[in-house]
Ligand binder design. Structure first.
Ligand SMILES: Cc1cc2nc3c(=O)[nH]c(=O)nc-3n(C[C@H](O)[C@H](O)[C@H](O)COP(=O)(O)O)c2cc1C
Length: 207
C-alpha cells in the first residue's frame, strides 16, 4: 500500500515537473522572440522614431482603426492604393488570393525613402483567411531591410494565415511581428480603440 502511495506521489511530481518545464519553454521562447526586437512604448511615442501606418481598407473599418493607431502613436497614415479599382469585387479579390497574384499599386504617392520609417504598421482586412494580395504588392515593392513590420488586421477567423503570407513577402532578415487581430465583433461593439490602447502599451515588454 505504502509502495503504491509512494509511486503515486512520484508520478504526480514527474507530471508537474514536465508541465512546468513545457510552460517555461513556451514562455522563454516568446520572451526571447520579443527581446530580439528593439521597440518600446517610448519609441512609439518618440518624435525621433518615424512610424508609418500603411493601410488598405475596402469598407473603411480598417481605415477607422488605422486612424486610431495614428492618434495613439503619432505616426503617419498612408493609404495602400490599387492602381485599378475592382469592377467585380468579390470575384476578383478571391481570384487574386487563390492565384497569389500581385495587383498593381497606385504609385503616384510612393514613399520616397521607406527606411525613414523603422516601424511600419500594416493594416488590412482579412479576406478568406488571408490578406488582400495588394498587401503583398506593397511589401514587395520596397526594400524593407531594417524595418519592423507590425500587422494589424480585422479577422474573426481561427484559420487566419495572413501574417504568414506577409512574412513570405519580405526578406528573411525583416521582422514581421504577430501584431494585433481584432474580431469583427470587437470592431462592431466599439471596443477596438481600447484594445488598440492596451496592445500599444504592451510594447513596453519589448525592452
Ligand atoms: C470578401 C470578404 C471576405 C472576408 N473574409 C473574411 C474572413 O475570412 N474572415 C473574417 O473574419 N472576416 C472576413 N471578412 C470580413 C472583413 O474582414 C471585415 O468586414 C473587415 O472589417 C473589412 O474591413 P474594411 O471595412 O476595412 O474593408 C471578409 C469580408 C469580405 C468583404
Amino acid at each position: 500500500m505504502k509502495r503504491k502511495i509512494f509511486l503515486g506521489v512520484i508520478i504526480v511530481i514527474v507530471v508537474v515537473c514536465i508541465g512546468v518545464g513545457v510552460f517555461l519553454l513556451i514562455n522563454n521562447r516568446n520572451s526571447s522572440a520579443l527581446n530580439d526586437i528593439d521597440i518600446s512604448a517610448e519609441d512609439l511615442n518618440n518624435d525621433n522614431v518615424n512610424i508609418l501606418i500603411a493601410y488598405y481598407s475596402y469598407n473603411d473599418n480598417v481605415l477607422d482603426l488605422a486612424k486610431e493607431i495614428q492618434n495613439q502613436t503619432g505616426g503617419e497614415l498612408w493609404q495602400i492604393e490599387r492602381a485599378v479599382p475592382y469592377t467585380n469585387f468579390e470575384v476578383e479579390a478571391l481570384d487574386e488570393i487563390n492565384n497569389n497574384t500581385r495587383p498593381l499599386l497606385d504609385n503616384t504617392n510612393a514613399i520616397e525613402d521607406i527606411n525613414e520609417y523603422p516601424v511600419i504598421f500594416v493594416c488590412y482586412p482579412v479576406w478568406w483567411n488571408n490578406a488582400p494580395t495588394i498587401i503583398n504588392s506593397f511589401l514587395e515593392s520596397y526594400d524593407l531591410t531594417g524595418n519592423v513590420i507590425i500587422p494589424f488586421r480585422i479577422s474573426s477567423s481561427d484559420d487566419d494565415i495572413s501574417v504568414n503570407s506577409l512574412r513570405q513577402s519580405v526578406p528573411d532578415n525583416v521582422t514581421v511581428l504577430e501584431g494585433l487581430k481584432l474580431t469583427n465583433e470587437e470592431v462592431t461593439s466599439g471596443s477596438g480603440k481600447e484594445e488598440i490602447a492596451n496592445w500599444l502599451s504592451s510594447f513596453a515588454v519589448f525592452k
